[in-house]
Design a protein around this ligand. Structure first.
Ligand SMILES: NC(=O)c1ccc[n+]([C@@H]2O[C@H](COP(=O)([O-])OP(=O)(O)OC[C@H]3O[C@@H](n4cnc5c(N)ncnc54)[C@H](OP(=O)(O)O)[C@@H]3O)[C@@H](O)[C@H]2O)c1
Length: 284
């Protein structure tokens, strides 16, 4: 029996593996990776590696064992049919008879197009009959704090979210919730709406950046169309830029502002304040 984590060499996956290693022996953890060389450090620490790709169903044959607990980290290839990719993992887990499949989904309140793949994957998982846990992750602080270069270059936070608020949390917080579910008991057939304890708006975010940098940084709220063209101008593919602008529309409607407290209840501690993520990013 193993705790198996897909997307293990991604940002969230790395946090999950790190935190798992604080709780269970390395030999009980399997990291599913596409590129073994990216996980050499994990193998050296005794983590088992399995090489598989969501696009190649055969690579998941025999990967899972009966009784495994699996974390399916959603993929990031928007153009490759993520629902089908996730189905491949769910079907392999079903064939093996795993005891839990946890999936990193999107908040139930999110109506933006970004949520479509997640809702469809949830349906596939629920109809598989597998014991499931839906980890409906809210927004990461790092979506903003790891993209500070244009903000600092122009002394402006540019978004299309009006006065909307976001209850974001750090990737490490979401990873801690996943680890609690994977290592704890009684999480079968559960849905968690995971978010930060406090919601903030972009005007406050700009004020926090001003405070920490000593510069005067303002918030410019633009239309979704303008935001899309700014993002494409910066080199983002049009489809992805449109998806991100759609998320801002959802933020303005308050769809990412919920603070039900599921995340801090699962982890037993408050979530990381966004100001801390800003400080970490500015420190480099
Ligand atoms: N809640 C949020 O704010 C937010 C923000 C961004 C993304 N997300 C979602 O949450 C997921 C995890 O976030 P993250 O920050 O860890 O993203 P990330 O760093 O981009 O990691 C994505 C992971 O998915 C793996 N992957 C992608 N396509 C795959 C395939 N065809 N087969 C096998 N593995 C594949 C990647 O493998 P490699 O390591 O080999 O590249 C990587 O490990 C993302 O993929 C996305 O679905 C959520």
């Amino acid at each position: 029996m193993s705790i198996v984590v897909t997307g293990a060499t991604g940002h969230l996956g790395r946090h999950v593996i790190e935190q798992l290693l604080e709780k269970v022996p390395a030999g009980e953890v399997t990291a599913v990776v596409r590129d073994e060389s990216k996980a050499a450090d994990l193998a050296a620490r005794g983590v088992r590696l399995a090489v598989a790709d969501y696009n190649t169903p055969g690579t998941f044959d025999g990967l899972f064992k009966a009784g495994d607990k699996v974390l399916l980290i959603s993929g990031n290839e928007f153009d490759k049919g993520r629902v089908q990719q996730h189905r491949v993992v769910i079907e392999a887990a079903k064939a093996a008879g795993v005891s839990l499949l946890a999936y990193t989904s999107a908040p139930g309140s999110l109506t933006a197009a970004l949520a479509d793949d997640h809702r469809a994957t949830e349906e596939v998982l629920l109809s598989s009959g597998l014991p499931y846990s839906l980890l409906r992750n809210g927004w990461y602080h790092e979506n903003y704090t790891e993209n500070l270069a244009p903000v600092l270059a122009h002394d402006a936070v540019v978004q299309a979210a009006g006065a909307g608020r976001i209850a974001s949390a750090s990737r490490a917080d979401y990873a801690a919730a996943a680890v609690a579910v994977l290592t704890g008991e009684g999480h079968e057939n559960t849905t968690y709406e995971l978010s930060g304890d406090e919601a903030w708006g972009f005007a406050e975010y700009a004020a926090e950046l001003s405070r920490q940098t000593g510069k005067e940084i303002v918030y410019n709220s633009v239309s979704p169309e303008t935001f899309t063209s700014i993002l494409t101008g910066a080199g983002l593919p049009e489809v992805f830029a449109g998806i991100l602008a759609g998320v801002d529309v959802s933020i303005e409607k308050g769809e990412l502002a919920g603070t039900p407290g599921d995340l801090s209840r699962l982890t037993g501690r408050p979530t990381t304040p966004v100001a801390e993520a800003v400080a970490a990013a500015l420190k480099g």
